[in-house]
Design a protein around this ligand. Structure first.
Ligand SMILES: NC(=O)C1=CN([C@@H]2O[C@H](COP(=O)(O)OP(=O)(O)OC[C@H]3O[C@@H](n4cnc5c(N)ncnc54)[C@H](OP(=O)(O)O)[C@@H]3O)[C@@H](O)[C@H]2O)C=CC1
Ligand SMILES: CC(=O)N[C@@H](CCC(=O)OP(=O)(O)O)C(=O)O
Length: 355
């Protein structure tokens, strides 16, 4: 079977490692180039114990890999936003398709992008044709034709999948949306975990970047795109928390009913929206959603309930693996759309840690 040559820049990071594993077992992709300055000269087999062709690849320095990547059909960037912003224009000019896992190209408003990701990200945006926002469940058609795919943020994926169908179907109000989420520490990347260490995070839980997190405008932007603009802006507060787990995000979203509805109505609305989605499962209740159902998989599990009284409170709980549906898994889902193969190619063998 024909396989497409693929490059991964940022192959030694938490997301890049997941990408390397996924690509090594992908029926239609062939890992040709992988970068890491820390592992330069080592084989993938040595670092990740992967056998076969992918294991024979040797980590190249970022600069060398970025040049060699220009020969590949698709380049996956698992690098910090400022690095992605710098390298993407040259890759696109060379004719590659680019899937960027960072936040560099997700926010459509340049001023907002600069505020959250810095001036290097904002200034690069003018050089790059606007690409697709790679949340396949909502923007699949755009991804298929895109030269550049901005892979969504992890919290943004988890929260938007939970709330968008309920907003779209007019079941919840746009105002006073509140999302509170917990994340495992791999969400912060390798540098942060090396800095904090096991002892520093064990037995501790904390909120961070309160009222200032970069995924707040990203969630709002996605939700806004899924509703009629005439109904007013999305009004959202998002608070992330770091918990002493390696991976996984559990998000709890709070909203108000916009019409009279029951928990069964809301569950039916989500089930209808995701009926044909291979990676989204609707649980019978928010109590039935847990990290163990999703960690190690590309799945998102969502459960919803509401207070029966008029305009009552709605609670939507959702869970993903931050490194899979929140990063590398979703990037491979987007890669599949770009390559025109089955959307679940290379993603069905993933395991669940259910015990
Ligand atoms: N972790 C997560 O859950 C998620 C991450 N993301 C995004 O994906 C991207 C990768 O994240 P993650 O894997 O966690 O990050 P890590 O910090 O774990 O890894 C970063 C990777 O980029 C490389 N790198 C770092 N700085 C540079 C540089 N200046 N020039 C070239 N290469 C560099 C590193 O290579 P080396 O050290 O070998 O040189 C490493 O391979 C980030 O933009 C992140 O925001 C998105 C969603 C979720
Ligand atoms: C636990 C943790 O720290 N998570 C990261 C989210 C990773 C991510 O998706 O960030 P980008 O938008 O920069 O790509 C954070 O909160 O920044």
């Amino acid at each position: 079977m024909h396989t497409a040559p693929i490059a991964v820049l940022g192959g030694s990071g938490y997301a890049g490692i997941e990408l390397t594993y996924l690509l090594a077992h992908h029926p239609r992709a062939r890992l040709e180039v992988v970068s890491s300055d820390r592992w330069v000269g080592d084989s993938v087999a040595k670092q990740l114990a992967i056998s076969g062709k992918a294991g024979e690849r040797v980590y190249a320095s970022f600069d060398e890999a970025a040049e060699r990547a220009k020969e590949c059909a698709v380049v996956l960037l698992a690098t910090p936003a400022e690095v992605s912003a710098k390298v993407a224009p040259g890759l696109l000019a060379a004719g590659c398709k680019v899937i960027d896992l960072s936040g560099a190209f997700r926010l459509t408003d340049a001023g907002v992008a600069r505020a959250y990701y810095g001036k290097d990200v904002e200034s690069s945006k003018s050089d790059v044709a606007v690409g697709a926002y790679g949340l396949p469940e909502f923007f699949r058609d755009e991804v298929v034709d895109a030269k550049l795919v901005a892979n969504p943020g992890c919290y943004a994926t988890c929260a938007a999948l939970a709330l968008a169908p309920l907003l779209e179907q007019g079941l919840i109000a746009r105002t006073d949306l509140v999302v509170s989420a917990v994340s495992g520490v791999t969400g912060a990347g390798r540098k942060a975990t090396e800095e904090y260490g096991f002892v520093a995070i064990d037995q501790d839980v904390r909120a961070y970047r309160v009222l200032a997190h970069q995924h707040t405008p990203e969630i709002a932007q996605t939700l806004q795109r899924r509703v009629e603009s005439s109904g007013g802006p999305i009004d959202l507060t998002f608070t992330p928390h770091l918990v002493p787990l390696a991976r996984g995000i559990l998000s709890t979203a709070y909203a108000r009913l916009a019409v009279q509805a029951s928990s069964a109505d809301l569950t039916a609305a989500l089930s209808k929206a995701y009926a044909n989605e291979p990676f989204v499962t609707v649980a019978r209740s928010p109590n039935d959603v847990s990290l163990k159902q999703v960690v190690g998989t590309n799945r998102c599990v969502i459960g919803v309930a509401c207070e029966a009284k008029s305009m009552g409170r709605v609670v939507v709980v959702s869970a993903i693996d931050n490194l899979l549906k929140g990063a590398a898994g979703q990037a491979v889902q987007n890669l599949n759309l770009v390559l025109g193969c089955d959307e679940d190619a290379g993603l069905t063998q993933l395991r669940r840690f259910h015990t």
